[in-house]
Design a binder for this molecule. Structure first.
Ligand SMILES: [Cu+2]
Length: 365
């Protein structure tokens, strides 16, 4: 339990550090939240694998996370964005059975792999446990509803339906000022008290944020222990991953880089290639592939120079800061060292309209 809390704090802290590093405000419209304990499916995959999502061990150690990362890594990078808008309180009308964990294939299907039936890593809980909701954006809540699956429901073999759920906790209108301040946002702890539960189950949490008509939906897998009838799982996952992986999630963005690598690397140097991954109204995602030259390097720094100052919301696999029109990204601990010709990729979410930067890369050897 202590380990989990420390881990969550560490990752949230790292994220906050990354946000602080870019020294730009994260607008409420871009910052959201999630259930951090018992961790939701995508937040759990982000916590467990986000800093080494290229590790092939994930396929065997955590196959549900593996299929999710393969299906769409943005479901983990955007762990805070599993919401719908305009539901007007009709959650069951908006979300079909079998799609509860993706909020009815919300966000153009980004989170569809959360619906995959299988042996998602559960959090071990007792019959009394606490659902911890992290609100990055200080939205507060019009209300929060917490459901638990009925006894006998086995998430390892069965797709979740509304009729599998019983509501076990309700929190009414709660402005962010009444939540507990934590690093990077506020947190609400919702106590759940059950009796006689054993084995595997799921928690389903709905957060009606006090922001637009924005409703969040999260599936958390739990294990009450105690040798209940639904655990241990006796079958392997019944549903294949929802998409066939066409590329490893570690590959650069699928779009062709819009700038070619900068100067051909001299011995010991590096090159970098920028690519726009996707864009939408008000924001975009970009990736940069850093490649070592003809000699190994120990660390790298990439500078992206824009026509006007960029606004960066979130960075992964690099530490970034913005000064004037230049975004400077340096490696993090695990991807600074590259062998000769080796490469790594970092990415970021920007707000506003994407413009193409010029790119330079320097390295230490
Ligand atoms: Cu939000």
């Amino acid at each position: 339990m202590i380990t989990r809390k420390l881990l969550v704090s560490a990752v949230v802290g790292a994220l906050v550090a990354a946000l602080a590093a870019v020294a730009l405000p994260a607008g409420p419209a871009q910052a959201h939240g999630n259930v951090i304990s018992p961790a939701s499916r995508n937040y759990g995959c982000f916590i467990r694998w986000g800093d080494h999502f290229q590790d092939p061990a994930m396929a065997t150690e955590d196959p549900m996370c593996y299929q999710a990362w393969q299906a769409d890594p943005n479901a983990m990078w955007n762990w805070n964005g599993l919401f719908r808008e305009g539901v007007a309180g009709n959650h069951q009308g908006a979300i079909p059975d079998g799609q509860l964990c993706s909020a009815g294939h919300t966000q153009s299907g980004r989170y569809n792999a959360m619906d995959t039936v299988g042996d998602w890593k559960p959090s071990t809980v007792g019959n009394n446990f606490t659902v911890q909701v992290f609100d990055q954006a200080l939205h507060g809540a019009d209300y929060l509803w917490v459901y638990v699956t009925n006894p006998g429901f086995n998430p390892v073999t069965t797709a979740l339906k509304w009729s599998d759920l019983t509501r076990v906790a309700v929190v009414g209108n709660t402005p962010a000022s009444q939540w507990t301040p934590v690093t990077g946002g506020v947190q609400l702890n919702i106590p759940v008290a059950l009796t006689g539960r054993t084995g595997r189950a799921m928690v389903y949490t709905i957060w009606q944020a006090s922001h637009l008509d924005q409703s969040y939906y999260w599936c958390s897998d739990i294990d009450f222990g105690g040798g209940g009838t639904t655990t241990p799982p006796t079958t392997s996952p019944t549903t294949p991953p929802t998409t066939t992986p066409t590329t490893a999630p570690t590959t650069p963005p699928t779009t062709v880089p819009t700038t070619s690598p900068t100067t051909p690397p001299a011995s010991g140097a590096c090159s970098a290639a920028y690519a726009l991954s996707s864009q939408w109204s008000g924001g975009y995602q970009a990736g940069v592939t850093v490649t070592a030259g003809s000699a190994a390097i120990k660390s790298w720094t990439v500078k992206l120079t824009y026509p006007s100052a960029p606004t960066v919301q979130q960075t992964w696999n690099a530490t970034a800061s913005v000064s004037g029109t230049v975004l400077t990204a340096t490696n993090v601990s695990y991807n600074g060292a590259l062998s000769a010709g080796g490469s790594t990729t970092f990415g970021f979410l920007g707000s506003g309209t994407a413009t193409t930067p010029t790119v330079t890369c320097t390295a230490t050897t």
